[in-house]
Design a protein around this ligand. Structure first.
Ligand code: GDP
Ligand code: MG
Length: 437
């Protein structure tokens, strides 16, 4: 997505503002990327309207490429769509808390029952697993194995029905002093009336305190239909998204959240019982956009660039004024943004490069330049032409460098100042073009 946006946005780096016209192309890429990440098309449509409204008129930050800024807007909007993170389970004050997991066959219910039990046991709860899936032949055995691994009780009954199993489990849990009961229910390959009737019966008769819909993130668009059906039949309290470790890019999360209106509580990231994470919207948004940590780069740039200082500098630049004080100020701003290598490592594509250029110490170079400028007097900084051999020696010994390093820096500065001077005579348009390449 990053690369596509890069192409789409390159041509309006000349204008400092995102407008509806110049954004269209880039947003089309965003739209495609979301659809490819399995976000439901209706959700995408609404989403794009909101992003467009937000992005139009947003002032571009100089230090950040426009496409990165757009990605940030999209990213923030994704997080908003996914809702507040609420990775908690509410517990009843009196008596055991009953949690019911439901979902299609193979969505990961039984595994997630084990994961959840493990997590809650680590929090000091005493969970009991209940084998209420009497459809799948090996389901009871599977849950028993998981319970055995966790050293937690598993309740099951031969020749029974799901409602009775759950009801008897409640009695048994009280006897065994278990304070949390997790019901593993049956699923079907597709939503059908019989399955729903069975689940509704359990909900009615057993009255679980919370019902979680277990959703396989890899099923993409199909997740929407099943979420809709389960949400209609049952009163869902939350969603647990499984198999986010696979190729799935998590678009299902957006759709399911939108369709059910209930929060995503946890995400499964593997087959092992410790691979359950609290749902973190930022992380999933990043996964959907496939953009590494680009957002934190943008955020850091926003913090680092002191708006007032930037404006003052721009005014000076516009007048063709640029001395070593300005040069130093630029370097300080760069340093505030963090080490160059670190910044590069966060940007997909660039991170490889930063590894390859391991030999070049960009940060050390910045430090060295700053040291040299700091050893100059204010007069020397505003009038570098005054720096003669004697001054050069004094500055060099102050900064602990060679006098030739000082002349090198002054030469670098002269070249830059010349560009600034010539730019101040350009038209506004040419200037922006030169700045943005
Ligand atoms: P159920 O039919 O809904 O009870 O689903 P299961 O718990 O039996 O899981 C079906 C398959 O998905 C099993 O092979 C699990 O190991 C696997 N599975 C469950 N959760 C995850 C997950 O988060 N990541 C991965 N990679 N596999 C999972
Ligand atoms: Mg199962």
């Amino acid at each position: 997505l990053q690369k596509r946006l890069g192409t789409a946005f390159r041509r309006f780096r000349v204008s400092g503002l995102l407008t509806e016209a110049n954004m269209k192309e880039g947003l089309r890429e965003v739209r495609t990327a979301l659809l490819e990440a399995d976000v439901n098309f209706k959700v995408v449509q609404k989403f794009m309207d909101r992003v467009t409204a937000k992005a139009v008129g947003t002032q571009l930050i100089k230090a950040v490429r426009p496409e990165q800024q757009i990605v940030k807007i999209v990213h923030d909007e994704l997080i908003e769509l996914m809702g507040e993170a609420d990775p908690t389970v509410r517990f009843e004050k009196a008596g055991p808390t009953v949690l019911m997991l439901c979902g299609l066959q193979g969505s990961g219910k039984t595994t997630t029952c084990g994961k959840l039990a493990r997590m809650l046991a680590n929090q000091g709860r005493r969970p009991m697993l209940v084998a209420a899936d009497l459809q799948r032949p090996a389901a009871v055995e599977q849950l028993k194995v998981i319970g055995g691994q966790l050293n937690l009780p598993v309740f099951s009954e031969a020749n029974s029905n799901p409602v009775k199993v759950c009801q008897d489990a409640l009695v048994e849990a009280n006897r065994q002093n278990c304070d949390t009961i997790i019901l593993d229910t049956a699923g079907r390959l597709h939503v059908d009336d019989e399955l729903m009737a069975e689940l509704v019966q359990i909900e009615k008769k057993v009255k679980p305190h919370q019902v979680f819909f277990v959703c396989d993130a890899m099923t993409g668009q199909d997740a929407v239909a099943s979420a809709e059906a389960f949400n209609k039949a049952l009163e869902l309290d939350g969603v647990i998204l499984t198999k986010l470790d696979g190729d799935a890019r998590g678009g299902a999360a957006l759709s399911v959240r939108k369709v059910t209106g209930v929060p995503i509580k946890f995400v499964g990231k593997g087959e092992k019982l410790d691979q359950l994470d609290p749902f973190a919207p930022e992380r999933l948004a990043g996964q959907i956009l496939g953009m590494g940590d680009i957002v934190s780069v943008v955020e850091r740039a926003q913090q680092a660039v002191d708006a007032e200082e930037a404006r003052r500098q721009q005014e000076r630049l516009a007048k063709g004024k640029f001395d070593l004080n300005d040069f130093r100020q630029q370097i300080v701003q760069m340093k505030k943004m963090g080490s160059v290598r670190e910044l590069m490592s966060m940007i997909p594509g660039l991170n490889q490069l930063s590894g390859e250029m391991g030999g070049i110490d960009a940060e050390g170079e910045i430090k060295r330049i700053q040291g040299i400028i700091d050893s100059m007097t204010p007069l020397e900084r505003s009038r570098p032409d005054l720096i003669d051999m004697a001054r050069r020696r004094r500055i060099a010994s102050g900064a602990g460098v060679d006098p030739s390093d000082v002349s090198g820096l002054v030469k670098q500065f002269d070249a830059m100042a010349a560009i600034v001077r010539s730019m101040s005579q350009m038209s506004m348009f040419d200037k922006l073009k030169a700045l943005t390449g």
